[in-house]
Write a protein that binds this ligand. Structure first.
Ligand SMILES: *Cc1c(COP(=O)(O)O)cnc(C)c1O
Ligand SMILES: [Zn+2]
Length: 436
């Protein structure tokens, strides 16, 4: 028996084979995500899976993403990262009222185990695929959260990790990777430069780079967010789901996840409308949807939403198709709006999200204003990461907190002042700020 984190010496599962999304060429499980015939993307081939689980079977299993194992690419039991997934889905009536939505839930991936973002899901499937392929060193190209998740999950599995990020990421994303003892390399360049470098490294070394040569298995983890949303709503589908986009994988896999639940007879009704959000300073997928074009036009990212700053998104076309097919749409928001989104979520739900979550909240507000999401909708917001990872975003945005001597008179003076004016005026009397 493996412990909850798995142990590197336990026997690993096997993998389902791969099939090309474009030309249909089949191939055995391998460290590649590109078709050797047409260079199209390989995806997991589930055609040999004919048995679907029942609701009762799923409900009887431990609270992790592995309760949906029939929809995941392992054959046999996973051996690593057994505790990932099953994050809270919490109803948010105060935020719903502020946004003008009938009912609203937050899927809170900011408390994901072990690294506080939804990237724990994709690493959970990828690291088991790596083990199945006998890979001893894993790694990734990352905008921050994936780096955290790979480093944490490699550490407890006893695997080596090589992790590549843009050199200038937020401090918490750097520290929250380096602490696990992985080989962290900071690259002078954008994420797109880092990604190109990692494609070359995948040809050179026998590493399993989770979002490069293990990408076909990696993406499958995202589907479980859709599975959980449906189960946690009591085996029902919401009418709309809003999620942030970087490479576009999450939004495209949400559609797959909801679709397979309907096909398996586990839920009834129509697919939720899928809405993808980006920061205006890096919105190549939004631009594609809004313009009706059929090719991504890469951009140079200029936004504080670093976790979403991918200028040339690998799954952009698939994400756009998922939004189109479900009659959803997209929203791009300014950096100022995303900061307001972070604050609004915190003040109405008690959930502190990172920049990507701010983009989602602000994007949802924009979609309501535009009439795309209506008052009768039942909406789920995918809040994909934790606010403590990007506190830089709030620099200068919050009221100063007063500093006082431990004397009753000083607090009495503050309270009296605040009763007369507003808190921030009082605070500026004896001030401190986030930057100090
Ligand atoms: C990576 C990431 C996303 C988007 O992921 P894609 O699947 O690449 O679109 C969203 N939110 C956060 C916090 C992320 O780290
Ligand atoms: Zn092909």
């Amino acid at each position: 028996m493996a412990d909850v984190n798995g142990a590197s010496d336990s026997k690993s599962a096997a993998l389902l084979p791969l099939v090309c999304r474009l030309c249909g060429e089949e191939r055995a499980p391998a460290l590649t995500s590109i078709c050797s015939n047409c260079l199209g993307p390989l995806e997991v081939d589930y055609r040999s899976r004919t048995l679907h689980p029942t609701r009762q079977q799923i409900e009887s299993r431990p609270h992790s993403l592995w309760r949906y194992r029939e929809f995941l690419p392992l054959v046999g039991e996973p051996t690593l990262s057994l505790d990932v997934g099953f994050t809270p889905l919490v109803e948010a009536p105060r935020l719903a009222r502020r946004l003008g939505i009938h009912r609203l839930w937050i899927k809170n991936e900011g408390v994901s185990n072990p690294s506080l973002s939804f990237k724990d899901r994709v690493v959970a499937t990828a690291i088991n695929a790596a083990a199945a392929l006998g890979v001893k060193t894993i790694g990734c190209a990352s905008t921050g959260n994936l780096a955290n998740a790979v480093a944490a999950q490699a550490a407890r599995a006893g695997l080596d990790a090589w992790i590549f990020i843009p050199a200038d990421l937020e401090l918490a994303k750097v520290v929250g990777t380096a602490v696990y003892g992985s080989r962290l390399v900071r690259v002078r360049g954008t994420y797109d430069d880092v990604n190109r470098l990692c494609a070359q490294l995948a040809d050179e070394y026998d590493w399993g780079l989770v979002n490069v040569n293990l990408r076909s298995y990696y993406g499958e983890g995202s589907k479980t967010m859709a599975h959980e949303i449906a189960e946690q709503l009591g085996w029902r589908l919401p009418t709309a789901v809003v999620a942030p986009m970087a490479g576009g994988s999450l939004v495209s896999k949400l559609k797959t996840g909801f679709t397979e639940l309907i096909r398996a007879g586990l839920v009834e009704g129509e697919l939720p409308r899928l809405y993808g959000t980006q920061a205006a300073g890096c919105a190549p997928i939004c631009n594609l949807v809004e313009s009706g074009a059929d090719e991504i036009r890469p951009v140079i990212p200029r936004t504080i939403a670093r976790s979403l700053a991918i200028g040339n998104p690998a799954d952009g076309l698939f994400a756009a198709a998922a939004m189109r097919d479900t009659r959803g749409w997209t929203a791009q928001v300014t950096d100022q709006a995303l900061v307001n989104g972070i604050r609004l979520l915190a003040e109405t739900t008690g959930i502190f999200t990172e920049t990507a979550g701010g983009v989602t909240v602000a994007g949802a507000a924009a979609l309501v204003s535009a009439g795309r999401i209506g008052p009768r909708d039942e909406v789920v917001l995918c809040i994909t990461g934790n606010g403590l990872k990007t506190i830089e975003a709030l620099e200068g945005a919050l009221a100063d907190s007063p500093v006082v001597a431990p004397k009753l008179a000083e607090v009495e003076r503050l309270v009296a002042q605040i009763r007369r004016s507003d808190f921030s005026t009082a605070a500026s009397v004896v001030s401190t700020s986030l930057s100090e």
